[in-house]
Design a protein around this ligand. Structure first.
Ligand SMILES: C[S@@+](CC[C@H](N)C(=O)[O-])C[C@H]1O[C@@H](n2cnc3c(N)ncnc32)[C@H](O)[C@@H]1O
Length: 276
């Protein structure tokens, strides 16, 4: 058996053990269809650590008392696809409906949470909209909290450097206004400018663990995250979101997610959009 084949072997028992561990720690459901993906991603991690087999790798995770390799394993298993202004209906609703109401309150305070922010495109898109819609934003107490389980994507988010492909749904003038070009060749790289950086605060947070924030939040984005959780975990999370939102506050989910079949107190507004 070649080294590559050897590394990629994963028994049903190993897969079941890993799924159980990941489910317990993060809520993420690695159903049987994910076996190939788990195999490929953990084989890569096994090679990076120069270990001989997946079995050795699993032993290594279990014996690492610092918990660091567990974090790396969860990083390797999470799916982080995202891009700027993904699912634009939510951004239009924020711009046209939510922000005008909040501006009318005259408190100049705004709290938004991007839960499961991945590499930062979602919270930075929100920050761009706030700058576009609130001319005196500098005089506001406005903060966007952006959290994720994965330290790998958070470090990309904090660096804030993106290739052109990430902007496929972003008007060119917004890219010019809010990003600096930091590399032109062999391909262009854009870095988030200070006006959007200063209102976004990144932190690692596992959604199924206790949350340190007190809220209340005016808006929560939790898009394309709960899709990986089972129904009881989703029910618990939705209840916790409700409790942390201000009355009249909005919750956005991903467009393939909805609260149908979930016990909740929200009022439906439009697809994947709810209000407290
Ligand atoms: C597909 S991305 C969604 C990014 C962005 N919200 C969007 O819609 O474009 C899902 C993110 O959820 C994060 N995630 C998964 N389980 C999590 C958990 N238990 N706690 C916090 N974040 C989690 C993953 O690390 C990943 O970055």
């Amino acid at each position: 058996m070649s080294m590559a084949q050897h590394l990629a072997e994963i028994t049903d028992q190993q897969f079941a053990d890993i799924s159980e561990l990941v489910k317990r720690l993060t809520g993420i459901n690695l159903h049987a269809g994910k076996k190939e993906l788990v195999k490929a991603r953990l084989a890569k991690r096994t090679r990076q650590l120069k270990l001989g087999s997946l079995e050795e790798y699993i032993g290594f995770v279990r014996n690492d008392k610092s918990g660091r390799e567990l974090v790396s394993m969860l990083d390797a298993l999470s799916t982080n696809l995202t891009f700027f202004f993904r699912e634009p209906a939510h951004f239009n609703f924020l711009k046209d409906r939510i922000l005008p109401d909040i501006k009318g309150r005259n408190t100049k305070r705004l709290r938004i949470w991007s839960a499961g922010c991945s590499s930062g495109e979602e919270p930075y898109s929100i920050a761009i909209l706030l700058n576009e819609c609130i001319p005196d934003l500098d005089r506001w107490d406005a903060k966007i909290l952006a959290t994720d389980l994965s330290t790998r994507v958070l470090s990309i988010a904090m660096r804030g450097e993106y290739a052109k492909q990430r902007f496929r749904d972003t008007p060119g003038q917004l890219v010019q206004r809010y990003f600096d070009v930091v590399q032109t060749s062999p391909s262009k790289i854009y870095r988030t400018g200070p006006r959007i950086r200063k209102i976004v605060h990144f932190a690692r947070l596992n959604l199924v663990e206790p949350w340190p924030m007190k809220g209340p939040f005016d808006v929560m984005f939790c898009r394309n995250v709960m899709i990986y959780f089972d129904k009881p975990t989703q029910n618990r999370l939705v209840k916790r979101y409700y409790d942390l939102l201000a009355p009249g506050g909005h919750l956005f989910l991903g467009h393939s997610e909805s609260l149908t079949g979930t016990k909740h107190q929200f009022r439906y507004v439009m697809p994947a959009t709810y209000v407290k």
